[in-house]
Ligand binder design. Structure first.
Ligand SMILES: [Zn+2]
Ligand SMILES: [Zn+2]
Length: 324
């Protein structure tokens, strides 16, 4: 099969011809129809996440057609493969419905080969049926940007005035869910990102502007999607007493020290890690009812490096998706 391979961090990905993967017990063999590009992929390539399997096929927002099944799905079914690829089922976290924190979790496109390829295998227990009505490339970003964004929104509580700092693939989905629920969304971007600010307003944000400076109104919660540690004290400054700041990314630059008074007043600072299968089922059932529309830019598989570069430079509108 054709695939795009990471041989080592801080190197461009390499087009390669690999042997077709062979599914083990309980695994499905999938023909990849589309695979979303996530900021986490960039953190793997850049060496910010330090323990990938190598060589590695990246990609954890896979929409695929089942070619062979371990029994859960009929051949021809369309399924989605997310970041959470396997859990142990027996550690204290798995036993407490916190499989996202499993001590031995394996992640797609990190510990396991992912979807930057023509074919992929996945443990069927961690695959989701993909809702009808979404073309393959528009469904792909639901599988991480959507799922983990949705978990972040849930953990932000019932904020009426919600800040989304870093308006990329995940925020553009969360914005639609929040607006549909009657929340007022404040989109923070880089100061000079006029296009991103206009994009956020087109999706229903009532304010968009420089995240570091913050909006004119006090917020109930902020979800920080940008991997920029400076935004954490800024967001704490922008939330009311009892408000929350939720860090949604897997990696962030160091958070500068800040005066305790920013946290005082029962403000809450927390991260969101990974997803549970229950998050996935809940969000994929919800998305078509809103309906969430994803904005995507597609790239041929061979242009994976270009897609990652565009993500790094912040010049994508919505989400990048690779199509084999
Ligand atoms: Zn992701
Ligand atoms: Zn476990």
């Amino acid at each position: 099969m054709r695939a795009i391979v990471l041989d080592a961090p801080r190197q461009p990905l390499r087009p390669a011809e690999l042997p077709d993967p062979v599914p083990g017990p309980g695994q499905a063999l999938l023909r990849v129809r589309a695979c979303g590009v996530c900021r986490t992929d960039l953190h793997v390539v850049d060496g910010d996440l330090t323990e990938p399997k190598l060589p590695l096929v990246l990609g954890h927002q896979i929409v695929g057609e089942v070619l062979a099944s371990g029994g859960r799905f009929a051949p021809g079914a369309r399924v989605g493969v997310p970041w959470l690829g396997w859990t142990c089922g027996e550690c204290r976290y798995c036993l407490a419905s916190q499989e996202n924190l499993c001590d031995r979790a394996r992640f797609t496109g990190y510990d396991l080969d992912g979807g930057y390829a023509e074919l992929a295998v996945a443990d069927e227990r961690y695959c989701f049926p993909v809702p009808e009505g979404y073309p393959d490339e528009q469904a792909a970003p639901l599988l991480c940007a959507g799922l983990i964004g949705y978990r972040s929104l849930r953990l932000a509580g019932d904020a009426e005035r919600l800040g989304l700092y870093g308006f990329g693939a995940s925020a553009h989905i969360v914005c639609q869910v929040a607006v549909a629920r009657g929340r007022r969304v404040y989109a923070g971007t880089r100061a000079d990102d006029d296009e991103g600010q206009a994009f956020a307003q087109s999706l229903g944000a009532i304010w968009s502007g420089d995240a570091a400076a913050g909006p004119p109104d006090e917020l109930d919660a902020v979800i920080v999607f940008a991997p920029v540690g400076e935004l954490v004290p800024a967001a704490l400054r922008h939330v009311r007493k009892g408000g929350s700041v939720v860090c949604a990314g897997i990696h962030m630059s160091d958070i500068p020290s800040f005066p305790y008074e920013l946290l005082w007043g029962e403000r809450v600072l927390r991260s969101v890690a990974n997803l549970t299968r229950a998050d996935g089922e809940e969000f994929l059932a919800l998305a078509p009812t809103i309906p969430v529309r994803t904005e995507v830019e597609t790239f041929p598989l061979e242009e994976a490096n270009e897609a990652l570069d565009r993500l790094r430079r912040g010049t994508l509108r919505g989400a990048a998706v690779l199509v084999p």
